[in-house]
Design a protein around this ligand. Structure first.
Ligand code: HEC
Length: 105
């Protein structure tokens, strides 16, 4: 109960920070990369990838914060390939992560 509550509070605190970073069409950019690369695993949940739009799966990830998500997205973790198997630069990768986060609200 206490854990659920603090995760909810943390992700609520994170949402304004994330949406503030998205005033320059970044989300559309992120959606494009997502649809070209990340969709393969994140739309199906293949290899236990957190599924796009699955709030329950994303809440604890979002609660750890953008820095941690970017570290995993950049370097990979388990079945998650570094940069999702793309050559996307940090800005594009971050946009894709922000897009996924925006869909998990
Ligand atoms: C080959 C399948 C695959 C592809 C392609 C893929 N992912 Fe993942 N992703 C995973 C898996 C599996 C996990 C869960 C990793 C774990 O926690 O063990 C994951 C986890 C993540 C997470 C959560 C990180 C965290 O902090 O736990 C983010 C963010 C993410 N992926 C972003 C992306 C982005 C952005 C792309 C496209 C550029 C992408 N992924 C492409 C399989 C994939």
């Amino acid at each position: 109960m206490l854990k659920t509550l603090s995760i909810a509070t943390l992700s609520l605190a994170l949402i304004p920070a994330v949406s503030m970073a998205n005033d320059g069409g970044t989300l559309q950019q992120g959606e494009k990369l997502y649809k070209s690369a990340c969709v393969a695993c994140h739309s199906t949940g293949a290899a236990n990838a957190p599924k796009l739009g699955n709030k329950q799966a994303w809440a604890p990830i979002i609660a750890r914060g953008m820095d941690e998500m970017m570290t995993v997205a950049t370097n990979g973790k388990g079945a998650m390939p570094a940069r999702g198997g793309t050559k996307a630069d940090d800005a594009a990768l971050r946009a894709a992560v922000e897009y996924m986060v925006s869909r998990a609200k």
